[in-house]
Design a protein around this ligand. Structure first.
Ligand code: PAF
Length: 288
């Protein structure tokens, strides 16, 4: 793709102070600022959030920041896909006005020691599988909010627990940002889009399809009358393990508290995290 063919001049801001000054100016002009926070390696899931944001805001800011704080010591921070020139072109083509892309040193001062810990909703699912992950996410997102001063921010539902955590964060700390979510965007074959899909070999990509298939099967069972969470979970576990995929968790949880439930009422969230080869993938479906 020709990186120079961007439709629109887009401005990249690297320093927190410069971003704050710009945000103050935009707010004085009465502009509504929308934020799409990302770690880059943009795919159609991000682009659908950007489109929503552009529609709902006068000015759209995309943040591109691979946040070291939310990666565990054995996780993929070093390998995480970075493709800034391509991200910039995609952002410009989709109506983004500014990219906020600080370096780690610009974002976290060298003696940084203040962390945001959203309790409760971060305990289960990825919270127990990735200790410290949501402290990293909540701290970074809080700092993105104080740097960009958005009126609105947009998060994908693939990271459902992250979305719930950020909603709780803004409610608990009176942060004046409206949080919106965007549906999971999938490939035609059902694979949920993720920047980490780039790590998958052809064979792994094929085997990974079982994740969504087992969620769809779970929903079918639920609609057919099965309300016992364990039965639905065991069925999914068997299908996933048949593809030699290492399960991190398969859970059915309350859609608000994200705590495990045994019997499904009107509505619940079924969530999966699993390692396909070395790649950790997550996916979910609402049972209702
Ligand atoms: O979802 C992500 O890409 C990240 O967790 C976020 C929200 C940008 C925070 O670093």
């Amino acid at each position: 793709m020709n990186i120079r063919s961007s439709k629109k001049m887009i401005k990249v801001i690297k320093k927190v102070r410069a971003m704050q000054k710009l945000a103050d100016l935009l707010r004085r002009e009465g502009k509504t600022i929308g934020l799409v926070p990302t770690m880059g390696a943009l795919h159609d899931g991000h682009l659908s959030l950007i489109k929503k944001c552009v529609k709902a805001s006068d000015v759209t800011v995309l943040s591109v920041f691979v946040n070291r704080l939310q990666f565990g010591p054995k996780e993929d921070f070093g390998n995480y896909p970075r493709q800034f020139a391509m991200d910039k072109k995609l952002a410009a083509d989709n109506g983004v006005d500014y990219i906020f892309a600080p370096s780690h040193e610009d974002f976290y001062n060298s003696d940084f020691s203040s962390f945001v810990d959203v309790e409760g909703v971060t305990k289960n699912l990825c919270g127990s599988a990735r200790p410290g992950h949501f402290i990293g996410v909540a701290t970074a997102v809080t700092k993105l909010f104080t740097a960009i001063k958005p009126h609105k921010a947009f998060f994908g539902e693939k990271d459902f627990q992250q979305f719930v955590t950020i909603k709780k964060l803004v409610a608990d700390l009176n942060i004046d940002v409206k949080i919106y979510s965007g549906k999971i965007i999938r490939e035609k074959n059902g694979l949920a889009l993720s920047s980490r899909n780039a790590y998958l070999s052809d064979d792994e990509r094929e085997r990974a399809l079982v994740l969504y298939r087992s969620l769809v099967e779970a929903k079918r069972l639920f609609i057919a009358g099965e309300k016992n969470a364990l039965k639905i979970i065991n069925n999914a576990v068997n299908s996933i393990e048949s593809q030699e995929i290492e399960i991190d968790y398969v859970k059915i949880v309350d859609i608000n508290s994200l705590a495990d439930i045994k019997r499904i009422g009107e509505k619940a969230l079924m969530a999966i995290a699993a390692k396909v080869g070395k790649t950790r993938l997550i996916d979910n479906i609402v049972l209702k």
